[in-house]
Write a protein that binds this ligand. Structure first.
Ligand code: GLC
Length: 556
């Protein structure tokens, strides 16, 4: 790539160019006042994404299907329906119609690796070794019997959520495997009937107008046909991390399964899919990425807020994906600490971090790095993690946490959206299912909308600018040496348009000699501050503490 990076292959703008907003339905907005967010609540707030709000391309809804709720919707008892807790079938169709009317696409979260143990498939499967569902799950005979006559599990696989991976069912005299909770039995994707049933379900949602899917833990679908024990590793900090997941993840024939899935989705034009990689390696994310199918990689989400760490992760992504594969960009989701909390507590220097300032700079990174950008609800107002007392924890593995099972309590990042300074932050008229953040009086959409220096105002400016900037939407990316170890700089380019992004990772002023890193004259267009800093006559950009700025070329 030259100084003027060009448009990425594929050329024409498509769904990849926009920003995708993740809604956690239980926590976004409660219409009926029962304390749990619902689909009508989302409809009530669609103007949040309108011209006066956040211009986004799509909303991704965390699971909306009937569920006993042990993993808060990720334990699905019927993939074809809407959870009555969240609304009626007609509410979903109305949400799709209302979103489409506003030019917003709707993406569903498909949990296809496992079901709830209350799913009728599992209820039938558990009851008998005979019948159409007998082989829908990973059932195995014991590997033997111990001295007390107890069955030994078939292999050494464990649960990611803590404890054993195999559960004994006396009625079948067999074990079933579960990567997650006992109540989330693993489907047997090597049974063609399972695959056929899943594709029918996918077609059903496509027919209802859904624009795409996020695939939960998609690289776990296929297991080793012989279910061999995983090799044991030295030194991991939990039973899961002491196994090399050679036989329960990333099987060699898995890419063919992605192709078969894409063929179903491609029966309808322009539909997108995103795989949630349930492994750490960025190389695997790149390997599984396809046209119209992107994959989360975690390198940036796991980086502390230092220029060195972000530079390393950006370079790894660029090298691994190369110009022909398209990455994703996310700094938070429903499983991780909120970015303002995580990044401000990860700063390298001995300073009192300014959380909002870091939240704004992180927003610039999210929208200016190459990749489809994802925004978790509440990040746009700088929401932070909430301390949840143990008796209010709603994340099952968090209750098992201990020295040999470190676990982040995901209740902390799933608290109600803060809309107003009214009761329960305007989220519900009832009693919220999970506590509201104590800072909701000052930190809420209504208040931040009136403050031009708020986190929300910064998000609005950045998103409005991104809509007009082809270079940010689809340009290639080249990192530059800023000359300052605490400041990152990179170019984004598309066609004739070139943008220079400069991000300071420190709470003090810095001067960058832009003239020597990116020839031409540049002017600040948008960034963390209402008036972005710009380059002076001597080619120097003076950055304020924690400032990030996107500059456009103004001449040769
Ligand atoms: C994914 C989801 C997570 C869920 C797990 C099991 O990792 O993001 O929330 O608990 O899958 O479905």
């Amino acid at each position: 790539m030259t100084d003027q990076p060009s448009i990425s292959p594929g050329g024409a703008p498509d769904w990849r160019d926009g920003v995708i907003y993740q809604v956690y339905p239980r926590s976004f907005a409660d219409h009926d006042g029962n304390g749990v967010g619902d689909l009508s609540g989302i409809i009530d707030h669609l103007d949040h994404f309108g011209p006066e709000g956040l211009p986004i391309e799509a909303i991704w809804l965390s699971p909306i299907y009937p569920s006993p709720g042990r993993d808060l919707g990720y334990d699905v008892s019927d993939h074809t329906k809407v959870d009555p807790l969240l609304g009626a079938e007609a509410d979903f169709d109305r949400l799709v119609a209302e979103s489409h009317r506003r030019g917003i696409k709707v993406i569903l979260d498909l949990v296809m690796n496992h079901t709830s143990d209350e799913h009728p498939w599992f209820v039938a499967s558990r009851a008998s070794r005979e019948g159409p569902y007998a082989d829908f799950y990973l059932w195995r005979d014991p590997s033997g019997w111990d001295d007390e006559g107890q069955p030994r599990p078939p292999n050494n696989w464990v649960s990611f959520f803590g404890g054993p991976g195999w559960e004994w069912v006396p009625a079948r005299r067999q074990f079933y495997y579960h990567t997650f909770l006992v109540g989330q039995p693993e489907l047997n994707w090597r049974n063609p009937a399972v695959e056929a049933a899943q594709w029918d379900m996918v077609r059903g949602w496509l027919a209802r107008g859904v624009d795409g899917f996020r695939l939960d833990v998609f690289n776990a679908f296929l297991k080793d046909p012989e279910l061999r024990s995983n090799p044991v590793l030295e030194g991991g900090n939990s039973p899961w991390n002491r196994l090399d997941h050679r036989y329960d993840l990333d099987q060699p024939d898995f890419p063919d399964l992605i192709e078969r899935f894409r063929a179903i989705v491609d029966e309808q034009p322009g539909r997108m899919t995103i795989g949630e990689l349930f492994s750490r390696e960025t190389a695997l994310a790149a390997k599984y990425a396809r046209d119209h199918h992107i994959v989360f990689d975690w390198s940036l989400m796991e980086s502390p807020w230092t220029a060195t760490a972000f530079a390393a992760a950006m370079d790894l992504r660029e090298e691994t994906f190369g110009p022909d594969r398209w990455p994703t960009m996310a700094l938070s989701n429903h499983d991780r600490e909120r970015q303002a909390t995580r990044l401000s507590t990860s700063v390298a220097r001995d300073r009192e971090p300014d959380r909002d300032a870091i939240a704004k700079a992180a927003a610039v990174v999210v929208f200016a790095v190459r990749g489809t950008a994802f925004l978790y609800y509440g990040e746009e107002i700088g929401m932070v993690d909430v301390d949840i007392p143990r008796e209010e924890i709603v994340d099952p593995p968090a209750l098992l946490a201990g020295p040999d099972f470190p676990w982040y309590d995901r209740s902390r990042c799933r608290t109600p959206m803060q809309w107003t300074d009214g009761p329960h932050a305007g989220f519900t008229t009832g009693r919220p299912w999970i506590r509201v953040a104590p800072d909701a009086h000052e930190r809420n959409v209504a208040r931040e909308a009136t403050d031009p220096d708020s986190v929300f105002a910064t998000y609005r400016r950045l998103l409005a600018f991104r809509r007009t900037a082809g270079a940010l939407q689809r340009g290639l990316m080249r990192r530059l040496d800023s000359g300052d170890p605490d400041v990152l700089a990179w170019l984004r380019g598309s066609g004739d348009e070139a943008l220079l992004v400069v991000v300071s990772f420190v709470g003090e002023e810095r001067a960058i000699d832009v003239g020597s890193i990116a020839p031409g004259s540049w002017a600040g267009r948008v960034g963390t501050h209402r008036q972005p800093s710009t380059v002076d006559a001597g080619g120097v950009l003076r950055l304020r503490p924690d400032e990030a700025v996107i500059l456009a070329r103004t001449g040769a």
